[in-house]
Design a protein around this ligand. Sequence first.
Ligand code: ATP
Ligand code: MG
Length: 334
Amino acid sequence: MSTQTVTLTGIQPTGEVHLGNYAGAIQPLLRLAADERRDVYVFVADLHALNGQPDPAVLSERSRRVAATLLACGLDRPNVRLYRQSRVPAIARLATMLGSVTSKGLLNRAHAYKAAVAANAEAGRDPDHGVNAGLFSYPVLMAADILGLGADEVPVGVDQAQHLEIAVDLAQQFARTYRPGVLREPRALIADGVATLPGLDGRKMSKSYDNTIALMGDAKTTAAKVRRIVTDSTPPEQPKDPDACTLVTLLRVFAEAHTVAEVEARYRAGGIGYGEVKALLADVIEDHVAPLRARYERLLADPGALRDRLAADERHAADRADEVLAATMSAMGL
Ligand code: ATP
Ligand code: MG
């Protein structure tokens, strides 16, 4: 038996990777991957992204960009495999098979579906307006992503914790109905101390809210976005609470500790204006991302090399998932 821990996570190609994704998902993953005793599987969740019915050309370009982003950020390591979910056929087959051990009530209670129903209720629409079967059964596909690769641990944000519980639930249900020991039970790795990054309007930075700062944006665009971050109207000379300011929250991710401490002290004492903090923030973001962006652009400029890199990892992931699929099929009498 291998002593390696299998760690798995995915990111949806639903838009441009933003600073919140970086701080909340990519940086924590880099810290995990730094431990060679982990085999890390990272996938571009392109099947999940289909639920939003993206334009086909846009989807494939976004998938390529997400993959290049992950590599450029430092996941280009021997113990990391990067693949598109759609290129591991066993996952979709496993999802179909898991459907038989998934109670519909469980899916009725899943957060993403409940949120869609609640939004419809608020707007006075039919509860299932705009909800496709893909969105409804999203936790089943997510369980197949996890169980199909035999993951031990799955780093998730608080928003995804319930969906991970569903994956555990389905593994247990399968063990009771068919055979124990076929589908490995994963555990959630809920990162502590990882802040939810606010966006331009102060709400959670999110592709759906259109309030993001792109990770790989150029310096000018990023600076313009930073200038748009909403602050209150406290004048420069007055003391301010650093913990209540989006600018400081972002600084804490990108600036050196001594710079953050200095800014926090000046907030409390008074005598610092938001304009000055915004200029500083734009500079520290640019210092941090410039080398990442250079690697990202090099990767995108050579589509053949990126495709080959993905293809190798996709073969590896597909072989691994095929083994789980074969055991599952055998247990089910297929
Ligand atoms: P969408 O609006 O389409 O849901 P998103 O911006 O929330 O997109 P996801 O693709 O859902 O991004 O999330 C990818 C990863 O980034 C997840 O692990 C998620 O927890 C994390 N993440 C997303 N937004 C933030 C944020 N503002 N702060 C910290 N982590 C975040
Ligand atoms: Mg999200």
